[in-house]
Design a protein around this ligand. Structure first.
Ligand SMILES: *[C@@H]1O[C@H](CO)[C@@H](O)[C@H](O)[C@H]1NC(C)=O
Ligand SMILES: *[C@@H]1O[C@H](CO)[C@@H](O)[C@H](O)[C@H]1NC(C)=O
Ligand SMILES: *[C@@H]1O[C@H](CO)[C@@H](O)[C@H](O)[C@H]1NC(C)=O
Length: 348
């Protein structure tokens, strides 16, 4: 009895694994530093992380351009879907179409939905990420042949993750032009319109399974806390409220688009509350520190400012944040697990 049960169970597992692999042939990613794996290494910008201590816990201790000590959420998602353990950057010359056929990211650290956001650090605007995706489709057809390429395009999981920079790097920045043009509500509506166009264009190019990511509690990033002197370095509640209201609008957008566009399966992946939990109760989740980041002083530094600091912590995965703006690998894994359980399971 034991044996045949075990045998049956194994058979079932293999069957599930096989259908999972067949269901999503590739993961295709658009967005900002939350999901960039090194595209910015190939363009002239200071928004980079292809040097140590970035990547010190990544395979081979390699600083790929991910803004993390190790892997990022999309890497864990790819692995959970039975695909590769890391999603390579489209512009990374170490990879080619045979790699990209199962996973690729077009993301660029520092970008946003708004063209004015990508202009701040001279990074890849959202519209150009889509242009690269069109080029990718051509290369995919050449590599797989039309039939298989069309299958891949329409069955892949598309992940969109951006928006934080539109607020923190652009709207709330000193001398922001956007702030003179728009109230915060009107700017959120403007971004929602851009997000809508992005999804509609992606659908027009053949995408069907799409996840749009919500904003994190961005007022609790160490960099924002460090500037919140009047509140004892607590979270900047105004930024958290902006993130939450924007997320509500994004959620509404997903409901609308699913009604308007037959065949589209759009889900909202929300990192807000899971990350807030880790920040508020770090010790319940195996972390020691959630207010300061691991790199350098943990208050202000990211990118080049994290290089060669004597203060960088030894075990990054005891920290919720790796640098002043980005989660540690351990946090990325927990966010990935959460969005798989609450949103992406629909595509597994
Ligand atoms: C991709 O690169 C691998 C090894 O780096 C090579 O073996 C393969 O032929 C390349 N494939 C294409 C389609 O260029
Ligand atoms: C962003 O820039 C691109 C390229 O110049 C342009 O085609 C697009 O219309 C711009 N988007 C908006 C909303 O202005
Ligand atoms: C979302 O949609 C609901 C119902 O359609 C509406 O009541 C609510 O105000 C909307 N929320 C936002 C933030 O737009």
């Amino acid at each position: 009895m034991e044996v045949s049960h075990a045998g049956l169970w194994l058979h079932l597992l293999l069957l599930l694994a096989a259908t999972a692999a067949a269901k999503v042939p590739a993961i295709v990613v658009f967005g900002d530093s939350s999901v960039d794996a090194g595209n910015n290494n190939q363009i002239p910008t200071i928004a980079r992380s292809n040097f140590l201590p970035y990547g010190r816990d990544f395979s081979g201790g390699k600083a790929t351009g991910r803004f993390s000590n190790g892997r990022i959420a999309t890497d864990f998602i790819s692995e959970a879907f039975g695909l590769r353990a890391a999603v390579p950057a489209y512009l990374d010359p170490a990879y080619n179409i045979s790699d990209f056929a199962v996973g690729v990211t077009f993301a660029s650290a520092g970008t946003g939905y708004d063209n004015a956001t990508s202009d701040v650090l001279g990074v890849i605007p959202a519209w150009r990420e889509l242009e690269y995706y069109k080029e990718y489709q051509k290369r995919l057809r050449g590599y797989l042949g039309d039939g298989k390429a069309i299958y891949t395009i329409s069955n892949s999981l598309y992940i969109i993750s951006m928006g934080t920079n539109d607020f923190l790097e652009n709207y709330f920045a000193l001398n922001s032009q956007r702030r003179t043009q728009y109230s915060i509500d009107a700017y959120q509506q403007y971004l929602i319109g851009l997000a809508r166009n992005f999804v509609v264009n992606l659908h027009g190019l053949g995408a069907r399974k799409v996840s749009i990511g919500g904003l994190p509690p961005m007022g609790c990033m160490p960099l924002e806390r460090a500037q919140n002197l009047e509140n004892g370095n607590g979270c900047m509640e105004t930024y958290n409220i902006v993130a939450m209201t924007f997320n509500q609008k994004l959620y509404n957008l997903t409901r609308e688009l699913n009604k308007e566009i037959p065949g589209l399966k759009l889900v909202f992946s929300n990192p807000y509350f899971v990350l807030l939990q880790l920040i508020q109760k770090p010790s319940s989740y195996g972390f020691q520190e959630s207010q300061r980041a691991c790199c350098a002083t943990g208050m202000f530094e990211m990118g080049y400012a994290c290089q060669r600091s004597l203060f960088t912590c030894t075990d990054a995965n005891k920290y919720v944040f790796w640098d002043a703006f980005h989660p540690s690998e351990h946090t990325n894994k927990m966010i990935a697990d959460h969005v798989i359980k609450t949103a992406l399971y629909k595509f597994l």
